[in-house]
Design a protein around this ligand. Structure first.
Ligand SMILES: NC(=O)c1ccc[n+]([C@@H]2O[C@H](COP(=O)([O-])OP(=O)(O)OC[C@H]3O[C@@H](n4cnc5c(N)ncnc54)[C@H](O)[C@@H]3O)[C@@H](O)[C@H]2O)c1
Ligand SMILES: [Zn+2]
Length: 349
């Protein structure tokens, strides 16, 4: 199968390309090599490479020739520097997806695997002892400033127990990046209905592993900690360090894309489905910092009480549908994965 991997020079995309090549497929990479993600072009991708932007319809028409399926990873990631980044996020992620989908429609390419994200859910799932499942709104700046990080029950103010988010949880993006990721899903659904295409969206949790980009405002938290430790500095843990996430290894995410690419072809015309893609092993940010520091031999993490507006407190995925329906099984556990990541290089280019 010939697969176009957009963003195939990136952290996750390059692992998808390697996995596809190992499985005997023919990957084609289209990547703009954004300066926010790359200092210099990556070497040695086992694929033909087109340096182009997904917003370039002519480059796409060319790259889509003979392609059986598209695996769309290209996006601007992270929270960005400030609100001034908004037009760039929307253009890259949403206009980019729109141009890609219209080029796929014109080329008759019907199968799409889309990189989505857990950020589409906003705050995770919570239970109040009195009110059952509740959805706390965004946290107030005054609470965050005073170190009150846990969202409380919107009805009675009680403390809440965080739980696992399923695919049918309400969609509630809380920052610009999150809004653009959800819009990608909506655009892909509209494309599938209009063209008879088939789409599987994979809502990745926090992906980590070798080749993760260096610490820019666009990178993930594991990369900040890893970069600090590499420079002999203590990882700076925001809030109180007890915020929960699910850290999923990049090779497992590549594996999820492989099973999704195989499954999407078997779906009916116009079919649209989304799957959570997490390890199923929630951990706190503090635990992650401690695991990395331990594997590196220190220094110990420091809890700073700082926060980033737009960050959610807890969000952890229920990825059992991806396991049950597509037969995916994550293979890299938290402790082994963090040990490997502590020693593996980050990507400068
Ligand atoms: N890393 C995570 O934890 C995580 C979590 C959830 C979802 N995702 C999604 O996974 C995908 C891959 O992310 P990543 O972590 O590998 O990031 P990355 O920055 O390493 O890779 C993204 C790649 O896309 C390219 N790109 C960006 N905009 C482009 C455009 N307009 N045209 C062509 N190429 C473009 C970049 O040059 C880069 O090589 C993204 O869609 C992201 O939203 C990532
Ligand atoms: Zn309540």
């Amino acid at each position: 199968m010939r697969v176009l991997v957009t963003g195939g020079a990136g952290f996750i995309g390059s692992q998808i390309v390697s996995a596809a090549a190992r499985a005997g497929h023919e990957p084609v990479v289209l990547d703009a090599l954004l300066p926010t993600a790359h200092a210099e072009p990556p070497a040695g991708l086992p694929a033909s490479f087109v340096r182009a932007d997904v917003r370039d319809p002519d480059a796409l028409a060319h790259a889509l020739r003979g392609v059986d399926a598209v695996c769309h990873q290209a996006a601007m990631v992270g929270l960005g520097k400030d609100f001034a980044d908004t037009p760039a996020y929307v253009s890259c992620n949403d206009l980019g997806t729109a141009v890609l989908l219209s080029a796929m429609a014109a080329a008759g390419v019907r199968d799409l695997v889309l990189a989505s994200s857990m950020v589409v859910y906003g705050e995770g799932r919570y239970t109040c002892p009195r009110h059952g499942a509740v959805r706390p709104g965004p946290r107030a700046v005054s609470d965050l400033d005073e170190g009150r990080f846990e969202p409380l029950c919107p009805s009675c103010g009680a403390e809440l127990a965080p739980g696992l988010v399923g695919e049918y949880a309400p969609l509630d993006p809380r920052n610009v990046y999150a809004a653009t990721k959800l819009q990608q899903e909506f655009l892909a659904s509209a494309w599938a209905r209009a063209t008879g295409g088939r789409v599987i969206a994979l809502r990745y949790h926090n992906v980590y592993g070798p080749g993760m980009p260096r610490d820019t405002p666009y990178a993930g938290v594991a990369s900040f900690f890893r970069s600090a430790l590499a420079a002999g500095r203590a990882p700076q843990v925001f809030e109180d360090g007890r915020q929960r996430r699910d850290f999923v290894h990049v090779r497992d995410v590549a594996g999820a894309n492989a099973v999704a690419l195989a499954a999407v072809r078997e779906r009916g015309e116009g079919s649209v489905d989304a799957y959570n893609c997490g390890s199923g092993e929630p951990h706190t940010i503090g635990e992650m910092a401690a695991a990395l520091a331990g594997a590196q031999g220190g220094p110990e993490p420091v809890v700073t009480g700082e926060y980033r507006l737009g960050d959610v407190r807890h969000v952890t995925a229920d990825s059992s549908r991806l396991r049950a329906e597509l037969g995916w099984k994550p293979e890299v556990g938290f402790a082994a994965g963090m040990r490997e990541f502590a020693r593996a290089g980050l990507r400068d280019g």
